[in-house]
Design a protein around this ligand. Structure first.
Ligand SMILES: Cc1cc2nc3c(=O)[nH]c(=O)nc-3n(C[C@H](O)[C@H](O)[C@H](O)COP(=O)(O)OP(=O)(O)OC[C@H]3O[C@@H](n4cnc5c(N)ncnc54)[C@H](O)[C@@H]3O)c2cc1C
Length: 286
């Protein structure tokens, strides 16, 4: 293991000061489930590691019918999975966090570390896009809001600027009651997804009024499949239409060949899983 200094600020403003002071030499650590692996692999070699674990209320989860859900960036996967408000009002999130890795990782890893890592294989981002979630990014002198969709820039690259921290995830009150989350993991349930699909859908009497669809593990970022949404939005839902949405979604992704399958195989999976996700979302409407 490389040598580094470990600092543990007691407040958010202290964390910002340390980030300013140490600049590129510093890296924040939350649960450490990703960062420690990257450091062991020498992909990152920070001289200073800044622990976020002592910052008060950094892991708070609150729900309000008007404002929706607010999740502190330091909330652990398991906290979100087990939150009564999440279970009751955001079953898509409950289902998603239930499927992240295995309990040991879920007890350590945080939502902030998951999103800030910018890894397109991870699960929560797609579901948060399907739920219209926004992120608060803050530095010592500024605060801004970015949609989750715009947060992911490229492989392991996000909209975070130097000196900024992801502090909060806001999920508006659910807009579309139909939902589906499919994580296709043929090797092991604890594996990253070969393809992941998250969808929310609103409609009645066999028609789709509105829909949001996002996918992970199929491009350099987690992606929203807007053209596939357009196929469904405002239409009567038929088998042919769902099949068409799957076909179109497959043109919006750019998967890589890897040890989970070839790019062609993943594109074929997208066709099937998007159709299946739409079927599940429609079923849940009733
Ligand atoms: C064996 C294994 C299996 C896994 N399986 C899955 C899976 O199935 N699905 C899935 O989604 N993920 C999976 N993961 C990834 C895991 O979810 C993430 O590692 C975890 O959520 C990262 O959170 P963390 O708190 O541990 O982040 P850390 O490792 O502490 O940090 C990760 C990165 O985020 C930065 N960071 C952390 N917090 C903030 C913040 N608030 N603001 C700005 N930057 C920040 C750090 O500097 C670092 O660059 C797996 C990981 C492992 C090791």
């Amino acid at each position: 293991m490389i040598r580094f200094d470990y600092l543990e600020p007691a407040t958010l403003s202290e964390a910002f000061s340390l980030l300013e002071q140490h600049g590129d030499n510093a890296r924040v650590i939350a649960g450490g489930t990703s960062l420690i692996i990257w450091m062991r692999q020498r992909l990152l070699m920070p001289q200073v590691v800044i622990g976020l674990g002592r910052i008060p209320e950094f892991d708070t989860i609150t729900f309000d019918r008007q404002q929706g859900l607010r999740i502190g960036a330091g909330a652990r996967h398991r906290d979100i999975e087990l939150s009564p408000a999440v279970k009751q009002h955001y079953p898509l999130l409950h289902e998603t966090f239930r499927k992240v890795a295995q309990p040991r990782i879920r007890n350590m890893g945080t939502i902030g570390g998951n999103l800030a890592g910018g890894d397109p294989l991870t699960d929560p981002g797609a579901s948060l896009i399907a739920l219209d979630a926004e992120l608060t990014l803050a530095s010592s002198n500024a605060r801004r809001t970015v949609s989750v969709e715009d947060f992911f820039v490229d492989y392991y690259q996000t909209a975070l600027e130097p000196g900024e921290l992801l502090t909060e995830i806001r999920v508006p009150p659910p807009q579309r009651p139909g939902w589906s989350h499919i994580k296709f993991t043929p090797r092991s349930v604890e594996d990253f997804a070969t393809v992941g699909v998250a969808m929310t859908l609103r409609g009645k009497a066999g028609s789709c009024e509105d829909v949001r669809l996002a996918l992970n593990s199929v491009a350099s970022t987690i992606v929203r499949a807007k053209r596939a949404e357009d196929v469904l939005r405002g239409q009567r839902l038929s088998d042919d239409l769902l099949r068409e949405a799957g076909e179109i979604a497959a043109t919006e992704v750019d998967p890589m060949d890897d040890n989970r399958g070839s790019a062609d195989y993943k594109r074929d999976l997208v066709k099937v899983l998007v159709r299946r996700a739409a079927e599940q979302a429609i079923q849940r409407l009733s």
